[in-house]
Design a protein around this ligand. Structure first.
Ligand code: SAH
Length: 251
């Protein structure tokens, strides 16, 4: 008997945004390895019968190291089990899903990808900020703000990003917000460029904070903005209307 691993995206939060395939594989799972990002509602509803392992990877806390997670997936699959690796949003956007795919392939374990609704597009969209718009932005770049923008030999080409008039969507960027905004301005982006931060998007307690590249750090400090949050930078943010009816989080 051969086991299988499902790399599953949970969407940005809330059971209503799980795909039908994600629900099905969760119901049939023998083992579920999860992170905290899928949020309380989804985590509280995981099936009772399955072995559940909290991999605890969110906001820098690690319960299990990445190689331990990979080893566990491989060993449970070798026991013939159906293993679900559940991640927030889509598994292949900043979730180390790509590395897990490589590790599973190396060990000859069958893998199925179950895509999820990514927070990078859905979270701004749900508050009325489309990441592209014919008038405002024809390209969108999704980047991690996890890396310290001041570091030498950054993997992110800030000059290119600052010179680009498209939308920037930053995940994991709250801690480095000041450095990110400063870096973009230093490299030539207009300090008046609008910015929105959406905390806990598409969840009942979501909150939106707006400003410009010049002001956002001060506003975020004042309002004590915390992860998880999506940061959107660019003219599409002009479409945001506070409290607009019809664009409330799903209940
Ligand atoms: N694979 C995920 C992203 C993982 S990185 C996806 O496709 O959405 C984790 C980051 O995603 C968080 O730090 C935050 O920036 C963002 N994020 C995920 N869910 C979110 C939510 N409901 N609200 C706001 N930000 C969210």
């Amino acid at each position: 008997m051969k086991g299988k691993v499902f790399l599953v995206g949970s969407g940005p939060g809330g059971r209503s945004l799980l795909t039908l395939r994600a629900q099905q594989v969760l119901e049939e799972a023998d083992v579920i390895l999860y992170d905290q990002l899928p949020g309380e509602e989804i985590l509280a509803s995981l099936p009772e019968g399955a072995e559940k392992v909290d991999c605890g990877k969110f906001g820098g806390r690690h319960t299990l190291e990445q190689d331990e997670i990979e080893r566990l997936m491989v060993s449970r699959a070798r026991e013939g089990k159906k293993v679900v690796r559940l991640k927030g949003g889509d598994p292949f956007l900043f979730g180390r899903g790509g590395e897990e795919l490589e590790a599973l392939r190396e060990h000859g374990i069958p893998v199925e990808l179950v895509p999820g609704v990514t927070s990078a597009i859905a979270v701004p969209g749900a508050v009325g900020i489309p990441v592209t718009h014919r008038k405002y932005a024809s390209t969108v770049t999704i980047l991690t703000g996890h890396e310290d923008p001041g570091k030498e030999g950054s993997a992110i080409d800030w000059e290119n990003l600052a010179g680009n008039r498209g939308t920037l969507v930053i995940l994991m960027g709250v801690r480095n917000l000041a450095a990110i905004a400063e870096n973009l301005v230093t490299h030539g982006r207009d300090p008046g460029t609008p910015v929105a931060i959406i905390e806990r998007g598409m969840r009942p307690d979501q909150r939106v904070t707006t400003g410009t590249l010049a002001t956002i750090e001060g506003v975020a400090q004042e309002r004590r903005v915390r992860p998880p949050a999506v940061i959107v930078i660019g003219d599409v943010v002009r479409l945001y209307r506070e409290g607009e009816p019809g664009l409330v989080p799903p209940s």
